[in-house]
Design a protein around this ligand. Structure first.
Ligand code: UT7
Length: 325
């Protein structure tokens, strides 16, 4: 088996909706500002008792069902997340236990909003190295748990969600190319200062609200456009297809202005770009698989179509993949 192919997808979001008008009551902002600067109208927020593994488990179950597999048939579980249930063990191990995927080995991968694309690439490599046939790849984040809802520059952007795919060894082409990059020099432009080994949570941290996301949005914006553009151009060339061969572009749903800038630079028609950030905001590692699952359910893509993924996130990390469904 020469290839790694997506054979099933699933997704899940929490029920609670936080709309722009809800946010208007919490911080000095307006629906008009949020909509015109980001394209986001509402996002989903997990309740206090819900952790990443809870919604990731639901997405995983749906992906298994779509692929017609049982959890026991999984060889590996990879979870891209920056909001794990705990510092340890991995969220992947918790999901393994809930699924009863006793024949799999499981681990988390941290690459911010690029977590799903990184995980997909690692999964492809594992399959191509031989022996492994079925991998559950999940992107999940509950950024609401690390968002300061008094900070209008960040709280309007993020939402919670999970997306999952089953990647299978196949004789037919699946993942055609992946381009991954990172540049750690600017890590301080988007990070959570406390909660890790550098600054454990303590009274001082809570007083200064250092357990929450800190972001220089404007600087992140500029790098995101440039990086996503170069990665998509490279991924298309590496896949040996032309831009016209792409049936659907499924970008990281960070901000419609970022996606629109990338689309214009690539000279892509608007109808070939899938967006759902108006409903979910930026769901970090969940963003691409959540959008892919919705695109499939809406009939925007089907088996045999070629899709282009692109993502950008903390680190900085970024990447793009061309995938035949
Ligand atoms: O996955 C990667 C994760 N990160 C991102 O994707 C973030 C990328 N960055 C962005 O999406 C944009 O930079 C933002 C949407 C975060 C901000 O948009 P912007 O056009 O870059 O605005 P800005 O930060 O330059 O702020 C413009 C003004 C400022 O006021 P002054 O200083 O010009 O008076 C802000 O204080 O808008 C103000 N502002 C707001 N006003 C109303 C910032 N947030 C808000 C808000 N409501 N929520």
């Amino acid at each position: 088996m020469k290839y790694a192919k997506i054979i099933g997808t699933g997704s899940s979001v929490p029920e609670t909706v936080l709309s722009n008008s809800d946010l208007e009551k919490m911080v000095e902002t307006s629906d008009e500002w949020i909509t015109s600067r980001t394209g986001i109208k509402e996002r989903r927020i997990a309740d206090d008792s819900t952790a990443a593994s809870d919604i990731a488990y639901e997405a995983a179950e749906k992906a298994l069902r779509a692929a017609g597999l049982s959890a026991q048939q999984l060889d590996v579980i990879i979870v891209g997340t920056v909001t794990p249930d705990f510092v340890f063990p991995s969220t992947a191990c918790i999901i393994q236990s809930r699924l009863g995927a006793k024949n799999a080995y499981a681990f988390d991968l941290m690459a911010g909003c690029s977590g799903f694309l990184y995980s997909l690439h690692v999964a492809e490599g594992i399959i191509k190295s031989g022996g492994v046939k079925k991998i559950l790849v999940i992107g999940v984040d509950l950024l609401s748990k690390v968002t300061n809802f008094e900070d209008r520059s960040t709280c309007i952007l993020f939402g919670d969600g999970a997306g999952a795919v089953i990647l299978s060894a196949s004789d037919k082409p699946g993942i055609l190319s992946s381009i991954l990059s990172s540049d750690g020099n600017n890590w301080g432009l988007l990070y959570v200062p406390a909660g890790g080994s550098r600054t454990p949570i303590g009274e001082e941290v809570l007083k200064n609200k250092e357990q929450y996301i800190k972001m220089q949005g404007n600087d992140v914006f500029k790098v995101a456009v440039k990086s996503m553009e170069s990665a998509t151009v490279e991924a298309i060339a590496k896949a040996d297809v032309s831009a016209e061969d792409i049936d659907l572009f499924v970008p990281h749903q960070a901000n419609y202005r970022i996606v629109e800038a990338v689309r214009r630079r690539l000279d892509f028609p608007q109808e070939k770009v899938f967006m759902n950030l108006d409903k979910y905001g930026n769901t970090s590692a969940a963003s691409v698989p959540l959008a892919l699952d919705e695109a499939i359910h809406k009939g925007r893509v089907r088996e045999g179509n070629i899709v282009l993924f692109a993502a950008f996130g903390t680190g900085f990390t970024w990447g793009a993949s061309v995938v035949k469904l």
